[in-house]
Write a protein that binds this ligand. Structure first.
Ligand code: ADP
Ligand code: MG
Length: 578
């Protein structure tokens, strides 16, 4: 194994590490202890719980599996700053620490020679994960699953010693032995993304896509960049130049506020551009191709999702006079239609504070998007409960500061209300705003169906309606990015497309639980206020806030994904305030 700089391997610092807030002093000689347990009944592994000195870190045995076939035990390996021995420059800012932690987790996994150690190394995004964190002082903690080896129902002590006293520290050591070039590549990437987000916000843009960005992915199940794709190039009329600390002057397409329409023939890259914007709320790892693609951090992908539940949502701007006579200011359903589900999602996203909605015709409900002149002629307004988005989208932008980017290759009606129109032509964006405006000057005979959008009335969640308790036990479990089990509730989150991976689904469940426990959802705070409190705590405490609920693999979610999951709980009860 490579010695790291400063020969830090045998230094035994007495300072405390980040996970070390309990009072028992760590024990010594884990290896001997494990050898002594050889052949004992498997349950004796529980005696390992607590902290141990290893050569150059503290090993925390957090949770011990009850048998060899149960999910892996949980361990953490904590290095104080001296033990981790990272270069100070690398952890000088929060953005760098976040990127560095992702790099270390990925290096750990790459170095790991056994499948009995399972670290969550994440995907293409830079998220705050429990699997690795770098402290402001340069300390480092790895948290992972370890499958404690057994022979039948007996302890394989020597195997456990190899796992915990060799493989684990070796992988961590290899991760920490990161070279200066590699670390600098990640920290520079983090600096540039941070500077880019600031510049985009300062210029009042809602999104930016740098020239040279690689937007298409390899496949639906492989998020690495497609090889040989056409790199992005901004049309000159929309080009913005932004100075970044490391990349220098970067040219790219700046998307201003208001209504942005993306048109073009099928298979020309429209949805790919929109998906890059959806992912632009997160930073990306070096080499991803979307390092310099950013969207307003509050951007939410909106889609139709028939069958979803909705509770007390004020959708009257979109849906009124239902044939059933239901009150659409408190729209509650177990089984929304395509259009009403999409209306509910828009309203809920605004309530949660989104100021940029992303909509793709591929996954939108046509009757919520448009109603053309002929259909207006045929079906009188008083027979049609729906007011299409096309008649509300301007007021959303002008009166409420809510921008939209929508992909719409199949209807020209949005040309009337668009601030800019981008045409994707063989993956190359072209600014066709002038031509679209000229076309829109010719009346189609269509009449506007609404003059103003009003923001939904705030709702208050009844805390008792949401609980993680199920048969007396706390139950929070994720099924990939598709479902979240929260107590007795099975929440379908398939349509919440910005959830990146299972660890984020878990993070959402833990965030809801934290919000209940800490009284952020208290029966008085509005949904927005409860989310404000949650967000403040997550900004401040990050993973610690969620690990307190349960020490598992998690990624810290945005308020928007937490809101999306809450809103899809069938048991939810709310009242409108004011
Ligand atoms: P649209 O929404 O316009 O129908 P998509 O965005 O779904 O088109 O893209 C169609 C196909 O083209 C997809 O398989 C996608 O991976 C591929 N693609 C998209 N952008 C590029 C690009 N810049 N270079 C190469 N292939 C691309
Ligand atoms: Mg498409």
């Amino acid at each position: 194994m490579a010695e790291r700089r400063g020969g830090r391997r045998h230094r035994r610092a007495e300072s405390r590490s980040i996970d070390d807030h309990h009072s028992y002093p760590p024990r010594h000689d884990l290896s001997n202890e494990l050898t002594a347990l050889e052949g004992a009944s498997y349950g004796r592994y529980k005696s390992l719980r607590g902290k141990w000195w290893t050569t150059d870190a503290i090993l925390h045995v957090i949770k011990v599996q009850s048998d060899p076939f149960a999910p892996p035990s949980r361990v953490a390996l904590a290095f104080d700053s001296e033990q981790a021995d990272l270069i100070e420059d690398w952890f000088a800012t929060e953005a760098r620490r976040r990127a560095l932690a992702v790099l270390l987790a990925k290096r750990f996994r790459a170095a790991c020679r056994t499948k009995d150690l399972r670290i969550d190394a994440g995907g293409q995004e830079i998220l705050r994960r429990s699997s690795c964190e770098v402290g402001a002082d340069g300390s480092v903690v790895f948290r992972l699953g370890a499958q404690f080896p057994g022979r039948g129902r007996r302890i394989d002590g020597r195997g456990a010693a190899r796992l915990l006293c060799e493989a684990l520290p070796d992988a961590a050591d290899a991760a920490l032995s990161v070279g200066e070039d590699e670390a600098a590549r990640w920290t520079r990437c983090a600096d540039d993304a941070e500077a880019l987000r600031r510049a985009v916000a300062e210029r009042g843009l809602v999104a930016f896509v740098a020239d040279g960005s690689e937007l298409p992915r390899r496949s639906g199940v492989d998020q690495r960049p497609m090889e040989g794709g056409v790199p992005f190039t901004s049309p000159e009329s929309m080009a913005v130049r932004i100075e970044l600390p490391h990349a220098g002057t970067v040219r790219g397409m700046g998307i201003g506020p208001g209504v942005t329409l993306v048109v073009g023939g099928g298979f020309h890259g429209k949805s790919t551009l929109l998906r890059a914007l959806e992912a632009g709320v997160w930073d990306h790892i070096p080499g991803d191709g979307r390092e310099l693609v950013v969207a307003d951090p509050s951007a939410v992908k909106i889609r139709a999702e028939d069958g979803r539940a909705a509770t007390g949502v004020d959708v009257h701007a979109f849906v009124d006079h239902l044939p059933s006579g239901d009150d659409t200011r408190h729209f509650t359903t177990e089984n929304a239609s395509g259009s009403t589900s999409q209306a509910a999602s828009i309203v809920e996203s605004l309530e949660a504070g989104s100021r940029l909605l992303l909509i793709d015709e591929d996954t939108a409900a046509t009757n919520l998007m448009i109603r053309d002149a002929r259909m207006q002629e045929l079906v009188a307004k008083d027979r049609e409960p729906l007011t299409p988005l096309v008649d509300l989208i301007r007021s959303m932008a002008d009166d409420h500061g809510v921008s939209t980017v929508l992909v719409m290759g199949g209807s020209g009606d949005y040309m009337d209300v668009a601030d800019r129109v981008v045409m994707m032509d063989a993956y190359r964006p072209e600014d066709v705003t002038e031509r679209a405006k000229a076309l829109a000057a010719e009346p189609t005979g269509r009449v506007a169906e609404a003059d103003a959008f009003t923001m939904p009335r705030p709702r208050v969640i009844e805390p008792g309606s949401v609980s993680s308790e199920f048969r007396g036990k706390q139950k929070i479990r994720a099924g990939g990015t598709d479902s979240l089990r929260f107590g007795a509730a099975d929440v379908d989150v398939r349509a919440v497309e910005q959830i990146t991976d299972q660890s984020m689904t878990v993070g959402i469940g833990l965030a809801v639980e934290a919000a209940l426990r800490r009284g952020w959802i208290d029966g008085r705070a509005t949904v927005a206020e409860a989310l404000d409190r949650l967000e403040a705590a997550l900004d401040e405490g990050g993973t610690a806030e969620l690990l307190e609920v349960r020490n598992v693999d998690l990624a810290v979610p945005r308020r928007h994904e937490v809101a999306a999951a809450l809103n899809r709980m069938r048991e939810l009860k709310v009242r409108q305030s004011g």
